[in-house]
Design a protein. Structure first.
Length: 105
């Protein structure tokens, strides 16, 4: 597994940045930069599944591992979406298993 670490200074409050991370009205715009029509289906609670999918039914599936309001959001990838169906066992899905995405504000 390769680690990629990036940081950026955003001149906004932690709460505003947090809202962009978890509120659909904002994160749909951000996710669309990766794939048109992308959106998240989740309640962002620890232990919940998060499905990130686009208009083709493709995407990623994660589990929320940490959620500290306005401070930290962490998830671990557990599978992929293919044509609107969850896939956890294929070789392609296993490539993503264990991958993590962590946001520290």
């Amino acid at each position: 597994m390769k680690t990629i670490k990036k940081s950026i200074v955003i001149h906004a409050s932690n709460q505003k940045v947090w809202n962009v991370l978890i509120k659909n009205e904002y994160n749909k715009q951000w996710f669309a930069e990766f794939s048109e029509g992308s959106h998240a289906q989740t309640d962002w609670q620890v232990g919940s599944k998060a499905i990130f999918t686009d208009t083709t039914g493709g995407g990623l599936i994660a589990r929320i591992t940490e959620n500290k309001l306005n401070q930290l959001l962490s998830m671990e990838y557990i599978g992929i979406m293919v044509n609107g169906k969850e896939d956890y066992g294929s070789a392609e899905a296993k490539k993503y298993n264990g991958g993590k995405e962590i946001y520290v504000l």
